[in-house]
Design a binder for this molecule. Structure first.
Ligand SMILES: [Zn+2]
Length: 421
């Protein structure tokens, strides 16, 4: 079976007339709107010059000659965001893949050298055919600590707290959008790498805040994550694999007003429930995954016996109950992951962990925009960037419908999905 040809036909059918070509001004007629928080039935959404201008009851008067997009039976959402990725050296193809799959903004969590420069250059132009990207640049870790074991060129590391402010200042000078701190010895992966000491963790968070930047922390156990929150971290960019979680954890995170990017796809890969095989079989998504990345989707994370996701899902439930902002993130392209595609499966895992579909959609739209202080996006409201995703069906009820992509716009410009990788 030729999946590619089959799905191309399907995509052309779904696309329908009037949706092709770049249009920075248009109206989506009679559509269900998810505005980042709420569901609004039967609306006309007017976009002018790349910005959402108005949301009216269906049947409203629209400017003469403006392009009309049929929204009947469809749902319009803010473009999705992935709050935890690692863009590769193929920066433009990675970001193009993401946007064709509905992800219009990504947050890179560790990049150095030319890759970081490439992302910065893309953002300066704000080109409409690739996802927007923000980056931590080089993350803070101890000498010999994660991710230096993965090879690659050497990068500056933090030996003790006296170096915290200098490290952060250097990242700010380079253009880091936020500060990433790795507080993990990889014990959860059966390793024991050097880890930042507690003083350095606290020093780095304070230094980030002194520089006006968010501090986000990679920690992979409840104890380490709790220490990061105690240190004043603004957000955790992973949860952890565990059979149980103590009720104090969610209360602690809530009391510090921190956010959490659970990266459930990563933890489920570790506990033997990888979403990779489902992504690989998904004819709605895989045709847009670059051939070079396809083998990555079926690669295993090295799940080990005794690793549980029960406590991970319970932590999501408890965090949501405590009102902690949950952000959807995937850690793509970790084994079993693909840019854009995996985010749709993260949303399904968030729902499986007890979030409502609407809460899961907020986790991929308004919540990351607010957490990372991007006030121009993440919502469908007058004045917002027209980074938009139109899907068939109703993902506010059936979360898997986010995969039924009809059209993606960035700043009101249609993304050319007919151009396969
Ligand atoms: Zn990561």
């Amino acid at each position: 079976m030729n999946m590619r040809v089959m799905t191309l036909g399907l995509a052309l059918f779904l696309g329908g007339p009037g949706i092709g070509g770049a249009q920075a001004s248009f109206v989506v007629r009679n559509v269900r709107v998810f505005d980042g928080q709420r569901v609004l039935e039967g609306r006309d959404v007017l976009v002018t010059n790349g910005t959402v201008a108005r949301i009216d009851a269906a049947g409203s008067a629209v400017p003469d000659g403006i392009a009309i997009v049929n929204g009947t039976g469809r749902t319009l959402l803010p473009g999705l965001m992935d709050a935890h990725v690692h863009v590769s050296d193929s920066t433009v193809p990675d970001l193009h893949q993401a946007i064709t799959l509905g992800v219009t903004t990504m947050f890179d969590m560790f990049s150095a050298g030319s890759r970081f420069d490439a992302m910065k250059a893309i953002e300066r132009v704000d080109r409409s055919d690739v996802a927007s990207v923000r980056s931590a640049g080089i993350g803070a870790s101890a000498p010999g600590g994660h991710p230096s074991q993965m090879g690659g060129p050497p990068f500056p590391m933090v030996t003790d707290s006296s170096q915290s402010q200098d490290f952060v200042n250097a990242r700010v000078t380079e253009g880091s959008d936020y500060v990433k701190i790795i507080y993990d010895d990889l014990a959860s992966m059966g390793r024991s790498l050097p880890r930042l000491d507690r003083g350095a963790l606290f020093g780095l968070v304070a230094a980030a805040h002194a520089a006006g930047k968010l501090a986000v922390v990679h920690a992979m156990s409840e104890a380490q994550a709790s220490t990061a929150i105690d240190a004043g971290a603004d957000g955790l960019v992973h949860l952890f694999n565990a059979a149980t979680v103590s009720p104090e954890f969610a209360r602690l995170v809530a009391s510090h007003r921190a956010f959490v990017v659970p990266t459930l796809t990563v933890h489920h890969a570790s506990c033997g429930e990888s979403t990779g095989p489902a992504v690989a079989a998904d004819t709605l998504l895989m045709p847009w995954v670059r051939p070079a990345m396809r083998s990555q989707v079926l690669r295993s994370f090295g799940a080990r016996p005794g690793i549980s996701c029960e406590g991970t899902r319970e932590a999501v439930r408890q965090l949501a109950r405590e009102g902690v902002p949950i952000l959807a993130g995937t850690d793509a392209p970790s084994p079993g992951h693909a840019y854009g595609a995996s985010l749709h499966y993260e949303l399904q895992l968030l729902v499986r962990s007890g979030l409502t579909p609407v809460q899961a959609l907020t986790a991929a739209t308004l919540a990351p925009a607010r957490a990372f202080r991007l006030n121009d996006r993440g919502a469908i409201a007058p004045g917002a960037r027209a980074d938009l995703l139109l899907v068939d069906g109703d993902p506010t009820v059936t979360i898997a419908d986010t995969r039924r992509i009809v059209t993606v716009w960035k700043r009101g410009v249609v993304v050319d999905r007919a151009r396969y990788p």
